[in-house]
Design a protein around this ligand. Structure first.
Ligand code: SF4
Length: 361
């Protein structure tokens, strides 16, 4: 009796990947799902769908050291935003391929449909993914396999090409028909799910990479999900919480190098501040004035607590910056004032630098 062939399926939890799993099962292949995690996408949907349909699944974190360089200079370029889809997919296939070898599985599979995404799922892109992953020929795409070059499982006779499908393009008509025919009634609506394809998130990430270059890390990627972000010359990043939940998250993400800033005498946000390189007191002053703008009584003097890294907290009474001036410092905006001391003089700051200096000891 022939032994069952075993495939590792890259599983996102979307309808295509559910159909790919179902089709493989129906033709006698044992399916083991893997899904991936980075700060830019989560495995949640995949886990829910795998448990709904009873597929075994494993989460594979993509290593920061391998993933971040793809956001600086991906060999195959970016999609519409800062999404390095071809290289990201290639890394996923490579990791799944290594698992396949370690666990003695026979081949890899994905739920990709030819031309469903014009840039990252056309024939050329799929072939580039396979080549860059080091597993060319080992990746079966059962939903479109009849339209693609034959793969090892077909050439080896483990699977007949006639058992596979020829779905192509963006219409999901055939997938919906199959789902109904196979009793698959629960599946997520097609949605982004990856922050790198989100315009706002991508823009913030790009700005941070412009400022910090290859020092941008998974931690920055996590921070960019929370709060309002500001960049103060020469190299200071300020993040202001937008609600109680974000304040708590920011506090939890504080590292030993971060300042905390929060209001002492009225309600308002908690902010996290990090200097990269030299420390400038004027920068702290501008940061405090930005935080004061988001306090409840932002029309009057606000008393803030400033908690420097590894040092005692101190109070600072400060007049908020105008909303207009605050927007100059948003991470996303260009053309912020470079000379903060003269900017503060022009703003008519009510707090003298001497006062801040004495507070800072
Ligand atoms: S959309 Fe995001 S997760 Fe998907 S391949 Fe592109 S970069 Fe990777």
């Amino acid at each position: 009796m022939e032994t069952k062939k075993k495939a590792i399926l890259l599983f996102s939890g979307g309808l295509d990947s559910i159909l790919a799993a179902e089709l493989l099962k129906r033709i006698g292949v044992e399916v083991y799902c893997v899904t991936f995690v980075t700060p830019f996408f989560s495995p949640e949907t995949a886990l829910i769908m795998a448990s709904t349909y009873g597929y075994p699944i494993e989460i594979m974190p993509l290593p920061e050291k391998r993933y971040m360089p793809l956001l600086f200079d991906p060999p195959h370029g970016f999609g519409r935003h800062r999404n390095p889809c071809i290289d990201c997919h290639a890394l996923m296939v490579e990791m799944a391929g290594k698992l396949m070898e370690e666990r003695a599985f026979d081949f890899l599979a994905t739920g990709e449909v030819l031309d469903e995404r014009p840039k990252s799922q056309n024939l050329e892109a799929l072939m580039k993914v396979d080549k860059a992953s080091g597993y060319a020929g080992m990746v079966l795409r059962p939903l479109s396999a009849k339209l693609l070059p034959p793969t090892v499982p077909e050439i080896s006779g483990w699977i007949k090409r006639s058992q596979l499908l020829a779905i192509r393009g963006r219409s999901r008509k055939e997938q919906l028909r199959l789902a109904e025919a196979w009793g698959i009634s629960l599946y997520p609506t097609p949605a982004g799910g990856c922050l790198l394809t989100d315009q706002n998130y991508s823009r913030k990430l790009s700005r941070l990479i412009e400022h910090l270059g290859e020092d941008v890390s998974f931690r920055h990627a996590e921070l960019l999900k929370i709060g309002r972000h500001f960049w103060l010359p020469p190299k200071t990043h300020l993040i202001v919480g937008r609600n109680e939940g974000e304040n708590c998250k920011l506090e939890g993400l504080r590292s030993e190098e971060d300042w905390l800033i929060y209001p002492q005498n009225n309600k308002g946000p908690l902010a996290l501040l990090r200097h990269y390189g030299h420390f400038f007191k004027t920068t702290i002053l501008v940061a405090a004035k930005i935080v004061a703008r988001y306090c409840k009584r932002s029309d009057a003097e606000v008393i803030l607590m400033l908690r420097p890294p590894l040092d005692e907290a101190f109070e600072l009474a400060i007049i908020p910056l105008s909303q207009e001036a605050v927007s100059l410092f948003r991470l996303e905006s260009a053309g912020r004032p470079q000379d903060l001391a003269s900017f503060l003089r022009d703003e008519g700051s009510a707090v003298s630098l001497d006062k801040l200096r004495s507070s800072l000891r």
